[in-house]
Design a protein around this ligand. Structure first.
Ligand SMILES: [Zn+2]
Length: 220
């Protein structure tokens, strides 16, 4: 079973400012025709037409996918044991976390502050295990690091001190703790802060902007 993944950045698409250029999200105010073409560019790049997107709602629901669901369902993650379907997460500061068991089970979740706090990583791993996954590895996309993620004093107080420095919250530390608690030892971490690195979209830095994609799939 050949498992692949792709994390896009801003380059290579057709959207104009402030969405330049490979914005894959319809909900951010970009020209829908440009988004359609961008999604097609991504589909051609990975050689796969069947890509499942979500109507992401900052929750923790993870759906088991057996075939493409259209329109995109309201959820923040997918798992599947079916080859030929790409599982796609859109983000601009939130993390896309991808999962795979080499024997043929994959997953993808949208993990921002809300999803990470709700435990969406744990949720995805449970769903993968329900499909028979045993040895799970993870890939963490670029996302906003503690350096650029200041929250209100009220919000900061709701987190254990180990996740907070001043008023800066470390979302990725939440993700790592969930991965380790579920014995995920192999973790590929892009280690890029989206607000620091202008190759990526950042909502915190730019406000009105596009979304990049984190996609995982199994070849048929
Ligand atoms: Zn930063």
């Amino acid at each position: 079973m050949k498992i692949n993944y792709l994390i896009t950045d801003r380059s290579g698409g057709v959207s104009t400012p402030p969405y330049e250029s490979l914005n894959i999200a319809y909900h951010v105010g970009d020209d829908p025709e440009a988004v359609r073409r961008n999604r097609e560019i991504v589909a051609q790049k990975i050689g796969l037409q069947a890509i499942q997107y979500a109507n992401q709602v900052h929750g923790k629901e993870v759906l088991v996918i057996e075939s493409l669901i259209d329109p995109a369902p309201a959820c923040d993650g997918f798992v599947t044991d079916k080859p030929g379907i790409g599982l796609a997460i859109m983000s601009a500061d939130c993390y896309g976390v991808l999962f795979y068991d080499p024997k043929g089970i994959i997953g993808a979740v949208h993990a921002g502050r809300a999803g990470a706090t709700l435990g969406i990583v744990t949720e995805a791993i449970k769903k993968m295990r329900s499909l028979g996954a045993q040895t799970i590895s993870a890939v963490i996309s670029p996302g906003i690091h503690r350096c650029c993620y200041e929250v209100s004093q009220e919000l900061a107080k709701t987190y254990p001190p180990k996740y907070i420095q001043g008023r800066h919250l470390d979302i990725k530390a939440l993700l790592y703790d969930q991965l380790r608690a579920e014995n995920v030892e192999s973790i590929i971490d892009y280690a890029v802060c989206t607000a620091c690195d202008r190759r990526y979209y950042s909502y915190r830095r730019d406000g009105v902007t596009g979304r990049f994609a984190s996609i995982i799939w199994m070849e048929e």
